[in-house]
Write a protein that binds this ligand. Sequence first.
Ligand SMILES: CC(C)(COP(=O)(O)OP(=O)(O)OC[C@H]1O[C@@H](n2cnc3c(N)ncnc32)[C@H](O)[C@@H]1OP(=O)(O)O)[C@@H](O)C(=O)NCCC(=O)NCCS
Length: 230
Amino acid sequence: MTVDMELEAVLRAPELEMPPYPPKVITLANSKKMVVRPIKREDVPTLLKVVRPTLDIPRDYYDIVGARLYAELLGWYRYRVRNEYCLIGQVDGFVVGMVNGRMWDQNIGISLHTLAIDRGLHVGAHLFASKMEYHIEHLGQQEVWITAESPIGFRRWMIEYGLIKQEGVQHELGGATSYKLTRDLYFETKPRLVAGVRPVPQELLDQAMQSILIASEAEVTEKICGVKGR
Ligand SMILES: CC(C)(COP(=O)(O)OP(=O)(O)OC[C@H]1O[C@@H](n2cnc3c(N)ncnc32)[C@H](O)[C@@H]1OP(=O)(O)O)[C@@H](O)C(=O)NCCC(=O)NCCS
């Protein structure tokens, strides 16, 4: 595809400088080590392959979340979204979940989506906490705006963190009811909800950085819809 760079310069969303999220490691309930780290724009096509199967999974609202996440990641890849980032969780190199968000401006963070591929281990909860940590501690923001698209999400974010409902504010995800996490609320909930250790042992980090491994389409569906543990 030939790109008209002059026109591209007009179409591309402007971007703020964003310090990268420093990787960390979290020990999951099954004793496996999950490395949480940022991906680069050029990793997006790989990640899209693991999101794609969720488009056909209505269970627990994976379809709507997957479709929106897919569009957001593609938008980042194509330079059509401002100040976006994506963090992934990897176990043995394989993607087990991901989160994305963006900076509205220097002070306000927008939480976009959280998607757990491996379930029953709080992978999504840990990644969401990492996202809040990134906005507040590393991007130095004052608050993060959050909405929920599923009952599990509502329990995990609004209830667990005691998020503050924003009257008269629409979240950019379709104008849904918006809640916020303030700096104070973040530091209050941090000891209970934000896990992980830095630095990541070199061998573990090398394994994670070497390549982003993804489950097959059938495996993704099985992992999300499997009933083990229930
Ligand atoms: C919301 C989400 C990120 C939470 O991820 P998580 O913290 O890893 O939690 P899980 O989805 O694995 O589990 C949620 C609950 O259902 C149970 N569960 C659901 N499916 C399960 C499965 N296949 N195997 C085992 N447990 C399962 C878990 O035990 C857990 O119960 P608990 O709340 O008592 O711990 C994840 O459910 C998800 O990706 N959902 C679809 C997208 C979505 O809704 N995103 C958030 C938008 S607001």
